[in-house]
Design a protein around this ligand. Sequence first.
Ligand SMILES: C[S@@+](CC[C@H](N)C(=O)[O-])C[C@H]1O[C@@H](n2cnc3c(N)ncnc32)[C@H](O)[C@@H]1O
Length: 371
Amino acid sequence: MHALIHPWGTLTLYRWPRQRNEALQAWDNADRYLLNTLSERASVGGETLVVNDNHGALALAASAAGGVVASGDSWLAMDNIQRNAKANQIPSVPYCWPGEDLPGAADQVLMRVPKSLALLEAQLSWLSMQLAEGVPVWLSGMDKHLPRQLVPLLETYLGNGQAEYGWKKARLFSAVAPGKVLAEAPYPSHVEGPMGPLVVHAGVFSQQQLDIGARFFLDHLPEGLANDARVADLGCGNGVIGLAVLQQQPGASVTFCDESWQALKSARENVAGYFAEASVAFHHGDGLQGLEGRFDCILLNPPFHEGHAVGDHVARRLFRQASQHLAKGGELRVIGNQHLGYHKLLRRLFANVQVVGSNRKFVVLSCREPK
Ligand SMILES: C[S@@+](CC[C@H](N)C(=O)[O-])C[C@H]1O[C@@H](n2cnc3c(N)ncnc32)[C@H](O)[C@@H]1O
């Protein structure tokens, strides 16, 4: 279940945080296809740039063949790679966040096609800027997750690209870097927030318009927050919820938390644009983990998937963290789809769970008195 046999050896790979009865493996056939391609078609011992690796299958296996740098948007993916490196007694992998310059020249690229087309476009444009002319770029994904526009996007950003053979429900695409920028990705985009337009960098939740859940949540935020209230916008995305708090109570201290680099970048720019003087902090990590402070109010519009894996496991983790980070008398306020039944999960963690707003689609829950 945990042993990945790859062209240069074997790795033990886990999905972190580890869960009892984990049913999903930490790699798939798209990872194996890319690793086989690297072993058959790449220059021996070259430097490999790995993009969007989720658990280290690509970066850690490729590090047995040469130097590796990894890049992606997700803090959780970065953390998974480093934890699996440790579990396999492999040195940690240098990591480059979206838009940052590579620490050195790459000889080839292995890339998992990301779920977000916007992020894919931004990453292809970034690759065209970072790579020397002729560097091979191999991309892969599972057939069921691949966008139809992939080859046209490769042509737009890299000037060439083709689909190769399918293998065990995975597909490979290849291109070579043009050595210059051919097209700028049309990001960040903008959505209309309660205080004006908000910057949304590529790949961030609600790329083209404000989420309808977020809009309903904005109508049901706590009122009368104290002047010095400590507030966390948990899973902040573009920061719209925390910004609405600052609009209502400019004296509040707001900590914007997200595991997406691009989300925090958006939130940072939006705060700078509207509330440059406010007392704010930004936390890039798994929810509230690693934060020392306690909060009078935690606001959460939870994610219902992690990459392609749909479920309430992330929401559960964030609920638990919130229950441990509330100050005395504090409140967690959550919005959820009616059918997700979050109230049942929350009643296990909080003695006092009240409905403070609902319509046919959404419910807003106020949770106090952590058990
Ligand atoms: C449903 S979106 C809500 C975004 C924003 N608050 C809104 O209402 O428009 C959930 C957000 O949670 C973030 N997220 C997912 N898993 C997370 C985790 N473990 N820790 C922190 N943020 C996470 C996602 O990147 C995403 O921005």
